[in-house]
Design a protein around this ligand. Structure first.
Ligand code: SF4
Length: 364
């Protein structure tokens, strides 16, 4: 390993130049960096990996993000909305299979029919699983009142990805209008923290126009926002979206994948006590993508337990893996994969972010 990499890894505080350098690594130097970071991380935080059963319960969305396959403007997307009974059954499946936690995700809606429905669902899921199943939700920008209502109903973690912390780039991948407002996104993250959620965000890696410096800034943004969890993965272009026109200007898929792992390992150095998810998009590029993420810093994995009939329709990007496996197959396959990565599954554990509790102590 080159001197500069081992020196950077040992540093107490990583700056933007350090991070940019780590993100740009290639070849043998990169392999050494990942290996060393992975070993260091497992030695200090242990081998546990936590399961979150993922239910993508609706792909109706009121927004029009330029990268997303289920954006409102994509008229060729087959829309679905799974009924409450099937969602509760999926939650019971997660509970019976000792997943510890559930993630409820859908396209963004903020009408009262939808927000009331989610409140009722959260209460039902808590009841059906004796309050034992932890619940993360990822349902976009909402008012403080709605966040509070969902928190009171039983959700305790919230994932709201910023997608890029660079304002200029944000408006290249979103329409510049009231519905897609950069500052509002940040404000929502602060509101989630104020309400008491373990709060997560994340970015895409390998977007058109994106640079290593901007990605380094994304990592520093996570730190400055004091987030508890991060989910990030490679950008994969979708044919039915406006960003598809830049397909020839992107990093090759393999490079996007490599930089995504560099991001995970660098973030683990920068924020040792947060939860980092091994995103499914990694596996869309490399069949062992999620296992590699677990080796180099990720500690959360999300088996997809959405009923299979609808799984193929929740395509934020194309070639999404595991869209035709039943929940049981998905779970068995993942257990083996986690073990292959030399990690252990924390069955029946919520696997909360240690950072969340550490920041509560810091506040006192
Ligand atoms: S990224 Fe989320 S909010 Fe944006 S269009 Fe897709 S589902 Fe809707």
């Amino acid at each position: 390993m080159s001197n500069s990499i081992s020196e950077i890894i040992k540093k107490e505080k990583l700056n933007k130049a350090d991070l940019s350098y780590l993100l740009s690594l290639e070849g043998k130097e990169r392999d050494d960096f990942l290996k060393q970071t992975g070993n260091h991380y497992i030695n200090s935080l242990g081998k546990k990996v936590y399961f979150r059963g993922l239910v993508e319960f609706s792909n109706y969305c009121t927004k029009d993000c330029y990268y997303c396959g289920i954006r409102k403007g994509n008229s060729s997307s087959e829309r679905y909305d799974i009924d409450d009974e099937a969602i509760i059954d999926a939650a019971k499946f997660a509970h019976e299979n000792r997943y510890g936690s559930l993630v409820l995700q859908a396209g963004e809606r903020s009408d009262k029919i939808f927000t009331d429905r989610v409140t009722a669902l959260l209460k039902e899921i808590k009841k059906a699983t004796n309050g034992e199943l932890g619940i993360t939700i990822s349902l976009g920008e909402q008012t403080e009142e709605v966040y509070q209502e969902w928190f009171n109903a039983g959700a305790h973690r919230y994932l709201l990805r910023i997608e890029t912390s660079n304002k200029e780039l944000y408006y290249k991948i979103h329409p510049k209008d009231e519905q897609h407002n950069f500052e509002k996104r940040i404000e929502c993250l602060r509101t989630l923290q104020k309400v008491g959620f373990q709060t997560g965000t994340g970015v895409m890696i390998g977007l058109p126009f994106q640079t290593y410096d901007q990605l380094a800034d994304d990592l520093l943004f996570f730190k400055a926002m004091n987030v508890d969890m991060v989910g990030m993965g490679p950008f994969i272009e979708h044919t039915e979206t406006p960003l598809y026109k830049y397909k020839d200007d992107l990093w090759p898929l393999q490079r996007r994948f490599e930089v995504a792992l560099n991001m995970i390992a660098s973030l683990r150095l920068l924020m040792p006590d947060i939860n980092i998810a091994a995103a499914t998009a990694l596996q869309a590029i490399d069949p062992m993508g999620r296992e590699k993420a677990l080796r180099y810093g990720a500690n959360v994995i999300m088996p997809n337990i959405t009923p299979t009939t609808h799984r193929k329709d929740y395509t934020l990007y194309e070639n999404k893996p595991c869209t035709d496996e039943g929940a049981e197959d998905c779970s068995n396959c993942l257990s083996i994969r986690v073990e292959m990565a030399g990690r252990e599954i924390g069955y029946n554990q919520w696997g909360d972010s240690k950072h969340f509790f550490n920041r509560q102590i810091d506040k006192q």
